[in-house]
Ligand binder design. Structure first.
Ligand SMILES: NC(=O)c1ccc[n+]([C@@H]2O[C@H](COP(=O)([O-])OP(=O)(O)OC[C@H]3O[C@@H](n4cnc5c(N)ncnc54)[C@H](OP(=O)(O)O)[C@@H]3O)[C@@H](O)[C@H]2O)c1
Length: 438
């Protein structure tokens, strides 16, 4: 009879409490699947007094995360506190250095210190599992690390932040502004009081950095990710996208190019017919383009206590089974430094919305600036606000012009639009959204 795996859990919040509950309610299933029992022997959090709705009788309360990480009774240390610094970092390092296995859902920690921690795991023989860190219940880490071990990956991209997808979905379906939808997301608990980490794209960037490492065998490098958020997206962009056969999603995209690995997070127009375009609300999705096989899209809940605990407990079950995969899919010595492809050389189609001043020669001036940069236009739509008639003041209002370009380079688009602004033929700043074809 194999002894049960003894687990210590640091953090008993949304995810941690749910992990305790799941290990208890699924005890028989887990023992059946892992070939041995899984038992929570010790826990810790900031407040011992707080009610958590889980039965912790018979479970030791460790004085702090570090004491729990090095507790002689603990085989597997589960870090569910969050944050890229201490106590999460110190505790995870201490557990790994003591030869224990670690399970964590902490994308911030992995995006910043993933390689250092994977080295410690490799050196001391413990597992470092983090399925829940990206896409919560969606098994995307395992898919890249193990399921596609024999398949080259050319591109991985996805909707990795439910808050942003919820906001964009509501904006599209109800014609509401970004600010209105954000307020609703906060009221419903989908967005934090300070939403900037989500809506400015940084949460997606941390997750993308982890996926890129697994997909391309590079060292995790959050600083290599180009990041733009969704706050500049207006309902008219979503209407125009719909008319042109697209939807706008905040995507994280990591792609192999001739100039290195491009890692970017930005609002993206995707064809309405694509799998990723069907993903609405808080749901997450990841598409993987593998060599020689059609794209694989995984869809599911990317947050929430139960969804995240599902992945955490699956990682613990792997430790119980004695499975130890290289954390980033390869031995550390096989991971190479990221060659960052410069964003200025990004190649693709662009959606450009301009407010053109309504006087003769405007269209020609815009067309000239684009032609100077060798940008070809796939389609152009003018949406006259007054059906063509000048307002009663006699002063014509600017006319929204929407352009879709054929594939071109980012720096060409930036140069052309800077020249158009200098020409003073448009009002305000142009809106630019990159197009990702499937
Ligand atoms: N929530 C999700 O949907 C989700 C999804 C995917 C990944 N994750 C990741 O899962 C992790 C946990 O998230 P969560 O939503 O469960 O967070 P949470 O609800 O804020 O819970 C954090 C827990 O950590 C404890 N804690 C914080 N600082 C501590 C310290 N210095 N010493 C001891 N304990 C400390 C807190 O103790 P008290 O309870 O006593 O305050 C709390 O129990 C994070 O890395 C997060 O990114 C969460």
């Amino acid at each position: 009879m194999v002894a049960p795996l003894k687990v210590g859990i640091a953090g008993l919040g949304t995810v941690g409490a749910e992990v305790v509950r799941l290990i208890e309610t699924q005890a028989r299933v887990l023992a059946g699947r892992s070939g041995r029992g899984i038992r929570v022997v010790a826990v810790t959090a900031r407040s011992k007094a707080k009610k958590r709705g889980v039965d912790l009788r018979g479970v030791e309360w460790a004085k702090d995360p570090l004491a729990l990480a090095t507790h002689p009774e603990v085989d597997c240390f589960v870090e569910l506190m969050g944050g890229a610094g201490d106590p999460a970092l110190a505790a995870v390092e201490a557990a790994l250095n003591a030869g224990k296995s670690v399970v964590t859902a902490n994308k911030a920690l992995l995006a910043k210190h993933g390689i250092k921690l994977a080295k410690a795991a490799e050196k001391h023989g413990g597992a470092l599992n983090f399925e829940a860190a990206v896409g919560a219940a969606i098994p995307v880490i395992k898919t890249l690390r193990e399921g596609l071990a024999g398949t080259g990956v050319n591109r991985v991209y996805g909707i990795l932040n439910g808050t942003c997808n919820y906001i964009l979905t509501r904006m599209e379906q109800e014609g509401l502004s970004f600010a209105e939808c954000l307020k609703d997301a906060q009221r419903l608990g989908y967005a934090e009081a300070d939403p900037s980490f989500d809506v400015d794209g940084h949460d997606t960037a941390q997750k993308l950095a982890i996926l890129a490492s697994l997909a391309f065998g590079t060292k995790v490098a959050q600083s290599a990710v180009y990041v733009e958020g969704i706050s500049s997206i207006a309902p008219e962009d979503l209407r125009a996208a719909a008319d042109l056969g697209y939807r706008v999603k905040l995507l994280g995209v990591a792609v192999r190019t001739a100039k290195g690995i491009e890692q970017r997070v930005h609002p993206t127009m995707v064809p309405k017919s694509s799998s990723i375009a069907q993903v609405m609300g808080v749901t997450n999705a990841v598409t993987i383009d593998g060599e020689g096989i059609p794209p694989i899209t995984l869809v599911g809940p990317g947050a929430g206590g139960a969804a995240t605990a599902s992945a955490v407990v699956a990682d613990i079950a792997d430790v119980a089974r004695g499975i130890r995969a290289n954390p980033f899919g390869r031995p550390i010595s096989h991971l190479h430094d990221t060659t960052k492809a410069p964003m200025e050389r990004h190649e693709g189609g662009y959606y450009i919305r301009l407010l053109a001043r309504d006087f003769p020669g405007t269209a020609a001036a815009i067309a000239t600036r684009l032609a100077e940069q060798k940008i070809s236009i796939e389609s152009i739509v003018q949406r006259h606000p007054n059906g063509g008639a000048a307002p009663a003041t006699g002063k014509a209002a600017p006319v929204p012009v929407i352009l879709i370009t054929y594939a071109t380079h980012e720096d060409a688009v930036r140069r052309a639009l800077a020249a158009v602004q200098r020409d003073k033929v448009i009002s305000g700043r142009p809106q630019v959204i990159r197009i990702e074809k499937n």
